[in-house]
Ligand binder design. Sequence first.
Ligand code: ASP
Length: 345
Amino acid sequence: MSAATTPATTTPAAHPAKPPRLLALSLGGTITMTATAGGGIAPTLGAADLVAAVPGLGEVADIEARSPFRLGSSSLTLANIAAVAAEIRAAFAEGFDAALVIQGTDTIEETAFALDLLVGDERPVVVIGAMRGPQQPGADGPANLLAGALVAVSAEARGMGTLVVLNDEIHAARYVRKAHTALTSAFVSANGGPLGLVAEGRARFFSRVAPPAVPVLLPGAGELPPVALVKIGMGDDGRLLPALAGLGYAGAVIEGAGAGHVPGVMAEAVGELAAQMPVVLASRTLGGPVFERSYGYPGSEIDLIARGAIPAGLLPALKARLLLVLALKAGFSRERIAAALAAFG
Ligand code: ASP
């Protein structure tokens, strides 16, 4: 029917759209921390307290607040995050539109990437935290909570896996790094920079990432295989490496210098370790891929890969380590581990 023939009186009343359902899960962190009698701040607040303290948040979404953990984020484990992922998956199955994870900033770059590997849904999972506690002047928690919720409910955020929002910037889980101990601008995205920002109450994206091209790596029951992380320093002789198998490690990530290099005297130990367990080669630099075919001296990436090391691609050591834990738990072969790492570029 054309507009000209539609009597104004019969136009259906516009029904207000149902607000999106957002699950907010708090795990602890500075954003939840208040002063303790013993000195310093510690996690005391839960998700409901945080949500109630942000004016305007109730208009963004219909929020259900839960508080599964109250921890400093350096005490969170991959098993904790697998439980959080299971709760998010159950909430999505029940009809929630997005999830907001509230936690400490110290390990956000790890937990966000773990959630990326463990949730596997096109609905957004957004992780936020705060650099200043709620009792500090200029506390950034409320602004980060509001910005995170705005991103979580935005249509453009769908299909990009897990995102991290702090300081009004939107980061992809695979690229985000904590680069400062104190500033509210502590988070950076290696390689491509942030995906977007929040301004005037709206999420705006400049670029997108594809969701992780690896199967969802649900760990199931039982212990997670321990994976060692060894960072190389100048003059290191690698004497730690032969001890790893005896300590019960099932895999190792070596965070080499530059494009993935270790001192020449260590190369043999890397090869011996790679004969015992999967060894992933990452870089201690902030960005760029581990090389595969450029340098040919002892301890170079060509040498280490020939000795059995698996290049981490664009994934930094912390994220490659989580992928290796979950891949080992899933029983991946060396080839499938290499392919899963390569899927991130
Ligand atoms: N400094 C941390 C934070 O920003 C403490 C933690 O990660 O739990 O939340």
